[in-house]
Write a protein that binds this ligand. Structure first.
Ligand code: SOE
Length: 381
């Protein structure tokens, strides 16, 4: 059932660290930029009362709470936004959907396919009741990447034959960098693979519109031990991951991810090669998309820089007059907009990626792990 456009939607946010802050910013700005039902930042949830109380003040939430179960049982909450480490996603998302809430869950959907399958079953049942279950792959909402997808869909690249995607960071170069939940298998599931190769693989599939049919992969833990609270602790996830993907329709993609790539800050690069054109993007220059039209005379061909700052580009009309750049945080506002619009339309299928897409991606990640365990053999999906 459509949600009346003027009735506010109250949000409960679970988690207040990095992603919690990014999502808070999105809920704070979405009504100023876009036509959506009004949002109430009702409650932010975390385990430590003092710290979550301070986060509520700083990030602009009406209340704070320490028990997510109490919060999702409340009648005055419409949307549950999950920004916890991956191992908590399944339990919270399933409970929130069963309690009748719309859910936004950060990527990757879960830490393994079994959890992801249970989440998809809950999302399917909830969709019958008109609830949206949204997955937060925020880079789909970088305007330049959304524009790239439109160019591909309009046939400007022709048949895509090859894709290169890499996501390289350097925040773990220093072997004295301390342990975090992101470096333990039981909390994060995997390392660079689930954290950032997941974005690169999602982009490959999103931009080409093709599913992955088979995978070869390798994983490496390059710093096997890091300082923990009680002395050195083994790192139980990968620091870097490589994969080749065979895509539906015959294209091949190479994917590379690392958190120990010295000098690379948050470098998500994507190149698409088709028989009629090519595209290139780098998140370190997020407002630029490079396009080559291979139907032009050869002597005139070359990459053109499209500055994705115009009201004609995806999401830009909501912001500033033409020519003004956007950044990383805006992608989360765009995500909030699309979720609110799907809720307002009463159309759970209007938001993409859905939990089903998260499950499909989880299977690709799992295939990379399986291939690595078999010395890089091809694993079919
Ligand atoms: C940390 O590596 C991280 O924050 C990821 O978890 C995000 O998904 C990515 O956007 C930036 O890097």
């Amino acid at each position: 059932m459509p949600h009346p456009a003027d009735r506010p939607l109250a949000v409960a946010l679970i988690g207040y660290e990095f992603m919690g802050r990014a999502h808070s910013q999105a809920w704070r700005t979405v009504n100023a930029a876009f036509e959506t039902p009004p949002v109430i930042r009702r409650v932010i949830v975390g385990r430590d009362q003092e710290r979550v109380g301070a986060a509520a003040q700083r990030l602009g939430w009406e209340e704070s709470a320490t028990d997510w179960r109490d919060v999702i049982a409340r009648d005055d909450i419409d949307i549950v936004d999950i920004c916890t480490p991956g191992f908590l996603h399944a339990e919270i998302a399933i409970a929130a959907l069963e309690a009748g809430k719309h859910v936004l869950c950060e990527k990757p959907l879960a830490n393994d396919p079994a959890e992801a399958e249970a989440m998809v079953a809950a999302a399917r049942a909830a969709a019958e009741r008109g609830q949206v279950a949204a997955l937060g792959f925020n880079y789909r909402r970088v305007p330049a990447l959304a524009h790239a997808r439109d160019l591909v869909a309009a046939g400007r690249l022709g048949t895509i034959r090859q894709v290169r995607a890499s996501y390289l960071q350097d925040w773990l170069v220093d072997e004295e960098a301390p342990m975090t939940w992101r470096l333990r298998r039981e909390t994060a599931g995997s390392g660079a693979l689930g954290d950032i190769a997941s974005h690169a693989i999602d982009q490959v599939q999103y931009l080409t519109g093709a599913r992955t049919l088979a995978v070869r992969g390798r994983l490496a833990t390059l710093v096997p031990e890091r300082p923990g609270e009680d002395g050195p602790e083994p790192v139980t996830v990968d620091d870097a991951a490589w994969a080749t993907l065979e895509l539906e329709g015959g294209a091949f993609a190479s994917v590379e991810a690392s958190r120990v790539a010295t000098g690379c800050k948050n470098q998500l690069r994507i190149e698409l090669f088709g028989n009629r054109g090519a595209l290139r993007f780098d998140l370190e220059s997020p407002n630029e998309l490079w396009f080559l039209d291979a139907t032009a005379p050869i002597a005139e061909q070359g990459y053109t820089r499209i500055l994705v700052t115009e009201p004609e580009h995806p999401y830009l009309a909501g912001w500033w007059p033409q020519g003004h750049v956007l950044g990383w945080e805006h992608t989360f506002t765009h995500q909030a907009r699309d979720l609110l619009q799907a809720v307002a339309a009463g159309h759970p299928g209007a938001f993409s990626p859905a939990f089903e897409d998260g499950l499909a991606l989880q299977r690709v990640l799992d295939a990379v792990i399986a291939s690595d365990a078999q010395d890089g053999r091809t694993v079919a999906l």
